[in-house]
Write a protein that binds this ligand. Structure first.
Ligand code: CO8
Length: 262
């Protein structure tokens, strides 16, 4: 059986194919202290190895999703090399999330600021509660985003919109975040909306989902001609799968498909 470590700052549950990762340090607005980042890295390993998991959802307890990196830890930083290491370590954790083979959703229940928004940006999809506020307030602290925000935000919403958020540091309300393309859905209950989204995704072939995710992720990092080659390579892989035989046959036979994920 899969060994799940004991977590102090988050809860890990799997129900009906969905892995729920809930940040459980609401008193500190779920701020990403180094120990929390370590647990997030560990939980991504668990998710990647758990065959029960079809979609992973990240969310927070209390009024915040995640209010950023831990400002008291950052305040203690003095050395340029240690500062750089701190950013690299956080980036690596976000990269672990981005590299998960299953689709990922950030259910943004409240504040997603700084490192918290950067974590949400490392997910494939973002669902925000109506009352949620999103932003990269780092410049107001004399910092810049360091867990991928200066790179993932402009890739998602465009350079102009990213500059607005990064240079003002303002808190963007959920409805505006939707209009910016920063989030995919807004709902009163972000967790319920994330569950619905996960269920819609899980109707599809798991192997196709993994290949589609890989195509988008790898293609985003390279010039278009190379990206199209990646798409063709991965498309080629789909035609040898059970799920493609089954999905196309089910359509032709006018019945629901039964995917196996292989
Ligand atoms: N770090 C540490 N503690 C925090 C953080 C945080 N990011 N956010 C909130 N807290 C703590 C507060 O200090 C407070 O603690 P206490 O009860 O002991 O006084 C508790 O959480 C509750 O917070 P508030 O009382 O402030 O709650 P409010 O409802 O009044 O305000 C806000 C909520 C608006 C979310 C407010 O807490 C806030 O502005 N928080 C900070 C948000 C922020 O600036 N985040 C960015 C942090 S920097 C960052 O993420 C950089 C990432 C990349 C780093 C790269 C490193 C090199």
């Amino acid at each position: 059986a899969l060994e799940v470590p004991e977590f102090e700052f988050l809860r890990y549950e799997v129900a009906e194919g969905i892995a729920w990762v809930t940040f459980t340090r609401p008193k500190a607005l779920n701020a990403l202290a180094a120990d929390v980042l370590r647990e997030i890295a560990e939980v991504t390993e668990v998710i990647a190895e758990d065959p029960e998991v079809k979609v992973a959802v990240f969310t927070g307890e209390g009024k915040a999703f995640v209010a950023g990196a831990d400002i008291s830890e950052i305040n203690a930083l003095k050395d340029v090399f240690i500062g750089r290491e701190f950013a690299l370590a956080g980036q690596e954790v976000m990269n672990h999330i981005a590299a998960l083979p299953v689709p990922t959703i950030a259910a943004i229940n409240g504040y997603a600021l700084g490192g918290g928004l950067e974590l949400a940006l490392a997910c494939d999809l973002r669902v925000a509660a109506t009352k949620a506020k999103l932003g990269l307030p780092e410049v107001g602290l004399g910092l810049i985003p360091g867990f991928g925000g200066t790179q993932r935000l402009p890739r998602l919403v465009g350079v102009g919109r990213a500059f607005d958020l990064i240079l003002t540091g303002r808190h963007v309300p959920a409805e505006e975040a939707l209009a910016l393309g920063l989030v995919n859905r807004v709902a009163d209950d972000a967790v319920a909306a994330a569950r619905e989204l996960a269920q819609a995704i899980m109707k599809n072939s798991p192997v196709a989902l993994a290949l589609a995710k890989e195509a988008v992720a790898r293609g985003a990092d390279v010039p278009l001609p190379e990206a199209l080659e990646i798409e063709a390579d991965l498309f080629g892989m789909t035609v040898t799968t059970h799920d493609m035989r089954e999905g196309t046959a089910a359509f032709l036979e006018k019945r629901a498909p039964e995917f196996k994920g292989e």
